[in-house]
Design a protein around this ligand. Structure first.
Ligand code: HEM
Length: 182
């Protein structure tokens, strides 16, 4: 994946465990600043190696670490240079998720070789959303759950995310939510 994603994982590890923990992780899997160049594409095996090593240090399974990183990514993208793209995507959960492809399309134009996912809202009722996820990759369902959970938090809601169905490169998510202030 793009180095931008590796930088996000580094930021999560630094925030949760400190600078030294990140240096130790780099040493363990033999990477350095060259693997963190925002505009470079790296093999997914490297991305997964970084996530797995982060998991070990955070005392999480790889699935839990993917979830936590998804959740973290929303907060991370909400600050700094990615904040305006996030703000433009939507001001509530339903419109934001409906516009996810547009968000990726705009960032993807400047990222040749990126393999971005597609999302499709198939059912939207008060407090409930059903979303299809299509990807050229496998095994990222927990990352997607974490991302949706992060969005629930971003919009001041409380709720839960369930994987209703999962097949190679496709999954269906059910999101139940309610107002966090009610
Ligand atoms: C400003 C915000 C965002 C930026 C800049 C961004 C950018 C990217 C980039 C660069 C990749 C890696 C593509 C590759 O290397 O092939 C990626 C992957 C991904 N993004 Fe985003 N993204 C953003 C927000 C989101 C949000 C809000 C979601 C979902 C709620 C999301 C879901 C995903 C998923 C699931 C992947 C993994 C790729 C796959 O499934 O095949 N992204 N994104």
């Amino acid at each position: 994946m793009y180095g931008m994603i590796h930088r996000g994982i580094r930021s999560m590890v630094q925030d949760k465990l400190g600078e030294d923990a990140w240096f130790a992780l780099e040493q363990k899997i033999g990477i350095g600043p060259t693997e963190l160049l925002t505009g470079m594409v790296y093999d997914d095996t490297m991305t997964i190696a970084i996530i797995s090593e982060a998991a070990a240090r955070l005392n999480l399974t790889t699935s839990e670490s993917l979830f936590e990183f998804g959740r973290y990514w929303i907060e991370y993208a909400s600050r700094g240079s990615l904040a305006s793209a996030m703000d433009l995507t939507g001001h509530d959960l339903v419109s934001f998720i409906s516009n996810l492809d547009r968000l990726h399309l705009s960032v993807g134009m400047a990222m040749p070789g990126s393999r971005l996912p597609n999302f499709n809202v198939v059912l939207s009722e008060p407090g409930f959303l059903k979303v299809e996820y299509h990807s050229q990759r496998t095994g990222l369902e927990n990352f997607v759950s974490g991302l949706f959970y992060g969005l629930i938090e971003r919009f001041g809601l409380i709720g839960e995310v369930a994987i209703a169905d999962s097949a190679t490169c496709n999954a269906v998510f059910e999101i139940r939510y309610k107002d966090g202030h009610a």
